[in-house]
Structure formats: structure tokens, C-alpha cells
Design a protein around this ligand. Structure first.
Ligand code: ADP
Length: 449
């Protein structure tokens, strides 16, 4: 097992990793920018190192500074959390060149899944169903129109290097295609330095359903059921729940086993998520995330498995915590990502939290790094915290979420709490009857009223 882990992240996920380390008896090193000197993860870690000024590129993405911090503190492993360097294959390699352990998958798997075209080809080869589309990147000498017509309109132009919903454009008709290709390629070029784009059938009202996996790197892998993350705004998840309101035991087992088998073949190590769009009873692979995800607590609540703790144990050479037969899904869980944003305009609202009262009681969990008097800096994401609830059934879970949201107080800044208080009372949400465009349509309707 590792002796000392350096947590190359900030905010709630840094705290989350720190908690797992403490329970494993591993010493912790926090790193922080000058803007985060008073952050909770810094206060609770055994040691801390300032790695640079506020902009992420000079601090949390500063690889030489992180290596120096490992050297100074004698850390033997690095946990990247999510975002920042978590899906940077080069970072994983550099760490290994310095005899430091990267708590994550092999660099080759990060690289493979980071290229969406390669990822899709691999998924197909491993028997995972994919969205119909172009065979790889669409090059200028190819007849994009012929490919698009063969797929059938509407089509989606997507960036090979895509992430965070950038470099994605819909062409509803033939007339839209050229503009969509050019804009997506330009956006991809400036955001990722790679202009390659590919075409996919644009699904009209799919749900976003993702499967959590855990692999031991030696050919053992299990799946831990799904999370339904269909409630999104600008391709960003807002509300996640598990199990999905639309899957039954048989369909879960079918897609889960397909994915687990693929991970066994890849000899994948650690935690990973295979994301799908789901429409009319069919799954379509869109991408794989080779890291812990923001919404991982949903799976923890319904399986009782501490994913971050297992991720660390497995990275240190440990076995999977259980066999597939031993995985049981208990009850229902919902996560709300409470952001420091205006609940109508979604304009960021950084600043000082004057009053903070997190909700409590049975089945209520808060993953957050804020406290009363904490100042949310303007430099990073606007997550205040994740409210996660668990209930024996979806109905119990919704009622519990309703009362937890009503209890929660975050004053001094604007938050998206009012949006969640409204959503939990919406008939479509209560019925589980929503798709990936539902939230944006709902928000557009709210504004029109
Ligand atoms: P990113 O890596 O940029 O987040 P993804 O491929 O994961 O890109 O897609 C993000 C979101 O975009 C999905 O959750 C879904 O809402 C939408 N999307 C992606 N592919 C399609 C598609 N073929 N049809 C309809 N919507 C899609």
C-alpha cells in the first residue's frame, strides 16, 4: 500500500480523496494555489504545498510544481481526482518516469479513450454498441454530404478530441452541414489544438445512461450498475440518479455484462465510466471516462462500495472488492450539483458564504468543501457542493431530497438550490419521464413565462 498520497486537485473532490486516504491510514499531501490557501482540503491534509498563482495552468496543471511537491514531501503516489490532469496520459507517464504512482488507468488506456474516434472503434471491436456514424474522421477529400446522407439527418458533427460539450454542432438538414462542419472544426482546433471531426446520427430524445466499472488490470472487471444523467444544461450534468427510472434488472445486466467483459479484455485498471445514449430500448456508446466522476456517490449509495477507496487499493495492486454476483443494487439515489450561479441566468456568483447550513438525517450526504465564511474564488468551477440522498425506493428518495433541499441554507452568494427545489416538484421528474433536452426546454419555458 502507498505511504503518502499527493492529491493533485482542489475543492470537494480533494476532500473526498483525503477522506478515503484517512480511512486507509495513508498520509496525505494537499496542493493549492495562492487563491486556495484557506481551503478545507489544505486544512485537513497532513501536509500542504503551495504550487502557484490562481490560474489553473500555473498551479493545478503545473506538472513541474507537482513533481517538486512530491519530491519535497516524499509522496509515493498521486491522485488526480477529476478534471485538471486526471485524463492526461503524459502526466501519468511523467509520474512513472519519476517512480511515482499515478492512481488511475494505464497511460495507453487514457490516450485511447481520450481520442473519441479511437475510443469508438475500440468499443465497437469489443462488442459495445455505438451510435451509427462516419467510419473515423471526416477528411476534406471525403464527401461529407454523402456520409451524412447515408447516416440520415439530423447528424451531429463531433470533435475527435472533444470534451465538455465543445466542438459539437448539429446539422438538422443538408443545408446546415457545411456550416456545422466548419464551426465544429474551428472550435475543436482552438479548444483542443486538433481540428478532426466525425459524424454521428443525432439522436432526438435519448437519455444519458452510464455504466460504472471497476477493473483490476489483470483481466478482472465488474460493473456496478448505471447512473442516469439525462438532466443536463449545455451538455453539463445537473442531476444524476441511479438506478435509471427506465431500466429493468434484465436490461441492466445485459449492458453491464457487455461492458464488464470489454473491460476484462482491455485489462482495464481502476474506476471508469462508459457513457451511453439510450433511446427506444437501445444503447449507443458515446465515450469512456478513465477517472473518478463527479457523480460517483450515486453508485456508492446504492452499492455500498467506496469507489475512491477501492480505486486506491486497486492502484496499489489490490484485488476487486467483490465478484459480479456479490454486487447488489439497494434502493435509489439522487445527486444534485449545487452551483454558485444565478438559478435563472446561470451567471457565476463567486463570493463569501455568509450562512451555511447543510441538511442532515438518514440517507442524506453532502460532498462539499465549503464552510461559513468561505470565499468561493472566481478562478475555478462553480460547484458549491453535491447533495446526495438515498432512499429505499425512488419515491422515498424524492421525498427525502425535497425535505433536504428545503433544509439547506447557503446565503451570501446565489446558488442553483431554487432550481432543484422546483425540479423535485415537477411531474415529469417525479415520473422519471425526461431526456437529455428536457431541462433546457423546461428552462426556456420558465424564461418565457
Ligand atoms: P463531451 O466529451 O464533450 O462531454 P459526449 O460525447 O460525452 O461529449 O457528449 C456530451 C453530450 O452531448 C451527451 O451527454 C449528449 O447530451 C450529447 N450528445 C452526444 N452525442 C450525441 C448524439 N449522437 N446524439 C444526440 N446527442 C448527443
Amino acid at each position: 500500500m502507498f505511504d503518502k498520497i499527493l492529491i493533485a486537485n482542489r475543492g470537494e473532490i480533494a476532500l473526498r480523496i483525503l477522506r478515503a486516504c484517512k480511512e486507509l491510514g495513508i498520509s496525505t499531501v494537499a496542493v493549492h494555489s495562492t487563491a486556495d490557501a484557506d481551503a478545507m482540503h489544505v486544512r485537513l491534509a497532513d501536509e500542504s504545498v503551495c504550487i502557484g498563482p490562481p490560474p489553473s495552468k500555473d498551479s493545478y496543471l503545473n506538472i513541474p510544481a507537482l513533481l517538486a511537491a512530491c519530491e519535497i514531501t516524499g509522496a509515493d503516489a498521486v491522485h488526480p481526482g477529476y478534471g485538471f490532469l486526471s485524463e492526461n496520459a503524459r502526466f501519468a507517464e511523467i509520474l512513472s518516469d519519476h517512480n511515482l504512482h499515478f492512481i488511475g488507468p494505464k497511460a495507453e488506456h487514457i490516450r485511447l479513450m481520450g481520442d473519441k474516434i479511437e475510443a469508438k472503434k475500440t468499443a465497437k471491436r469489443l462488442g459495445i454498441p455505438v451510435v451509427p456514424g462516419s467510419d473515423g474522421a471526416v477528411t476534406p477529400d471525403q464527401d461529407a454530404m454523402a456520409i451524412a446522407k447515408a447516416i440520415g439527418f439530423p447528424v451531429l458533427v463531433k470533435a475527435a478530441a472533444g470534451g465538455g460539450g465543445r466542438g459539437m454542432k448539429v446539422a438538422h438538414t443538408e443545408a446546415d452541414l457545411q456550416l456545422a462542419l466548419t464551426t465544429a472544426a474551428n472550435e475543436a482546433k482552438s479548444a483542443f489544438g486538433d481540428a478532426s471531426v466525425y459524424l454521428e446520427k443525432y439522436l432526438q430524445k435519448p437519455r444519458h445512461i452510464e455504466i460504472q466499472v471497476l477493473g483490476d488490470g489483470r483481466g478482472g472487471a465488474i460493473h456496478l450498475g448505471e447512473r442516469d444523467c439525462s438532466l443536463q444544461r449545455r451538455h453539463q450534468k445537473v442531476w444524476e440518479e441511479g438506478p435509471s427510472p427506465v431500466l429493468d434488472v434484465a436490461s441492466r445486466a445485459k449492458i453491464g455484462n457487455t461492458v464488464a467483459k470489454a473491460m476484462q479484455e482491455l485489462k482495464y485498471i481502476g474506476v471508469g465510466t462508459i457513457e451511453f445514449l439510450y433511446e427506444d430500448g437501445e444503447f449507443y456508446f458515446i465515450e469512456m471516462n478513465t477517472r473518478i466522476q463527479v457523480e460517483h456517490p450515486v453508485t456508492e449509495m446504492i452499492t455500498g462500495i467506496d469507489l475512491v477507496l477501492e480505486q486506491i487499493r486497486i492502484a496499489a495492486g489490490g484485488d476487486l472488492p467483490m465478484t459480479q454476483d456479490q454486487v447488489t443494487i439497494n434502493g435509489h439515489s439522487i445527486e444534485c450539483r449545487v452551483n454558485a450561479e444565478n438559478p435563472v441566468s446561470f451567471r457565476p456568483s463567486p463570493g463569501k458564504i455568509q450562512q451555511y447550513h447543510p441538511p442532515g438525517g438518514l440517507g442524506v450526504r453532502i460532498d462539499s468543501a465549503v464552510y461559513q465564511g468561505y470565499v468561493i474564488p472566481p478562478y475555478y468551477d462553480s460547484l458549491v457542493g453535491k447533495l446526495i440522498v438515498h432512499g429505499k425506493s425512488r419515491v422515498e428518495c424524492l421525498m427525502r431530497l425535497r425535505r433536504a433541499l428545503d433544509e439547506m441554507v447557503v446565503d451570501g452568494i446565489e446558488t442553483t438550490l431554487p432550481l432543484f427545489r422546483a425540479l423535485v416538484r415537477e411531474p415529469a421528474i417525479i415520473d422519471g419521464d425526461y431526456h437529455i433536452h428536457w431541462l433546457e426546454q423546461y428552462l426556456a419555458g420558465q424564461k418565457a413565462d
